[in-house]
Design a protein around this ligand. Structure first.
Ligand code: GLC
Length: 544
């Protein structure tokens, strides 16, 4: 177990993201719950993770699956109660698994008490908790668009004003310019810290300092000032791990966010690598093939760029992204080896790895009839593109490839009905491949994707070079080989990945021929060539 009283304990930690709605149902309601997470703690302990990031479980009307919070200090009854949360925190601590809550601080639900008050009158004490502008009905202050489609402004006749929302109209943006809003947020966070949570993920945190009159959403001028105040008032009073979601982060900003003095956050999720397979200038729905060379150059840039002056988060999956094995691997005949290659590539690097539920099984995307999609963003895109005359087949191809519901199908526990997720009717259709891809089979099979992840996690805990080693990209111009070296205090790692379904002629450099193989996704090695999706990590002692 990690000693979590040590500052920076999280640098050696591995996180696991749970999407509670789809993890484990214990009541037959068809949605997962907190007791379900408690039931599966042994599984997570076997995997070896240290932190569980839970997508929001707070009280919410669920317009955006909990990313619309109506009470930050209550658990949504669908998931259980505050008592269940306390029980989960306690049971987790016994196993060395801490709880990381997902705070949505950019906006609340329109059903939050603050907003219900705010919309009553302009002189209501809560009015200024949100971002309002004058205008006339049918004439919004400007033409800014919301991320989920439509205008970013919604008219409220009672006050004769528009409020600003970067997401759905039911997700009004909070006004961070108002010090009372910030104080309410800090007090709420301190209260959760008292409950024993060990970390926070901060939803779209780069969007809090918006200035809609200047068309600014991300990276507003006061962003880092707000973050430093937030951190000093809350996180720095404990020994927490914090990660901000920052779609707009570049390397320079990431250095501020993750400065080693802890003045802001521990790290951010940046998405430069995730954005590599859209058409230039297009949205994520506008598919383009992945340029693997660009991917490895991007990852290498972040590795060397933050070494010694910041911290990376390492991820390929989350609840908003398609399953990587379907996206960048091969979810057909080479599913197992390609899932292991993607894991090797990521877990060999410096930073905090985040595993998204089911990734450790190599779970795949799903193709649903339109009536079975549940995600608001997907449904809005379908309607918008339909209305714009886009062919049905093209829209569906985008959904199959990129819909957020790909990641949100129920966790596949075993071969029983609905993959063991629920005894009721699941809120989102399960992937029928649970009969072949499920946790029970993989826990029993030492060659499974599950055990490969377990071993990668164990390696990080055994060899400090995984945690703190420097990074050098080898073969930078090779189109499908991703080879890199890590070095620390007389130990070196060589991470070798042959990306794609073809063979590649390649020999291990001479000075590595006697190195020890720590992990590999093929049982043997063939001199002079690498097989489809072959990956391995070598360790060498470098005695001077
Ligand atoms: C983040 C979340 C996403 C949510 C959005 C609005 O991007 O990850 O799921 O819809 O913020 O809160």
């Amino acid at each position: 177990m990690l000693d979590k009283t040590q500052k920076n304990w999280w640098q050696s930690a591995v996180a696991y993201q749970i999407y509670p709605k789809s993890f484990q149902d214990t009541t037959g309601s068809g949605t997962g719950d907190l007791q379900g997470i408690i039931r599966r703690l042994d599984y997570l302990q076997t995997l070896g993770v240290d932190v569980l990031w839970l997508s929001p479980v707070f009280a919410s009307p669920q317009v955006d699956n909990g990313y619309d919070i109506s009470d930050y200090q209550a658990i949504d009854p669908m998931y259980g109660s505050l008592e269940d949360m306390r029980a989960l925190i306690a049971a987790g601590k016994e196993r060395g698994v801490g709880i990381m809550l997902d705070l949505v601080l950019n906006h609340s639900s329109d059903q939050h008490r603050w907003f219900r008050e705010a919309r009553k009158s302009r002189d209501n004490p809560f009015h200024d908790y949100y971002v309002w502008r004058d205008g006339a009905e049918d004439r919004p202050p400007n033409d800014m668009r919301a991320c989920f489609g439509g205008s970013a402004w919604t008219w409220v006749p009672q006050v004769g004003q528009y409020y600003f929302h970067q997401f759905a109209p039911q997700q009004p943006d909070l006004n961070w310019e108002n010090p009372r809003v910030r104080r309410e947020i800090y007090d709420m966070i301190l209260w959760w810290m008292d409950q024993g949570v060990e970390g926070f993920r901060l939803d779209v945190i780069d969007q809090i300092a918006k200035e809609p009159d200047r068309f600014i959403t991300g990276n507003g001028p006061r962003l880092h000032e707000f973050l430093r105040e937030l951190s000093a008032e809350t996180f720095q009073k404990g020994c927490l791990v914090t990660v901000g979601e920052a779609w707009g982060a570049d390397l320079e900003r990431a250095k501020l966010y993750s400065a080693p003095d802890g003045s802001e956050l521990s790290m951010v999720f940046q998405f430069e690598h995730i954005n590599l397979d859209h058409q230039p200038g297009g949205e994520k729905w506008d598919l383009a093939p992945l340029d693997f060379k660009a991917l490895k150059k991007c990852l290498a840039k972040w590795q060397t760029g933050l070494h010694g002056c910041g911290w990376n988060s390492l991820f390929l999956n989350n609840h908003d992204l398609p399953r990587t094995v379907s996206r960048w691997g091969d979810d057909g005949a080479c599913r197992v080896v390609s899932a292991k290659l993607l894991a090797t590539m990521l877990h060999g690097m410096e930073g905090m790895p985040y595993i998204y539920q089911g990734e450790e099984l190599g779970m795949t995307n799903i193709s649903l009839p339109i009536g079975e999609y549940r995600d608001l963003e997907s449904l809005n895109m379908y309607e918008e593109r339909k209305a714009a005359g886009c062919p049905e087949a093209e829209i569906m191809a985008s959904l199959y490839a990129r819909s957020r519901d790909n990641a949100r199908t129920p966790m596949q526990w075993d071969t029983s009905a609905h993959g063991g997720f629920t005894e009721g009717t699941p809120w989102l259709t399960e992937n029928p491949n649970y009969r072949e891809i499920n946790a029970a089979d993989q826990v029993a099979d030492p060659d499974s994707v599950f055990h490969y992840y377990r071993r990668l996690i164990a390696l990080r805990k055994t060899y400090p070079v995984f945690v703190h080693g420097d990074f050098t990209l080898l073969e930078p111009d090779h189109p499908n080989l991703f080879v890199y070296r890590r070095r620390l205090d007389g130990q070196a790692l060589l991470v070798i990945c042959n990306y794609g379904g073809g063979e590649t002629a390649w020999s291990v450099p001479e000075d590595w021929t006697h190195a020890r193989c720590l992990i590999a996704n093929y049982p043997d090695q063939i001199p002079g060539r690498l097989r489809p999706w072959e990956a391995r990590i070598l360790l060498r002692e470098e005695k001077e």
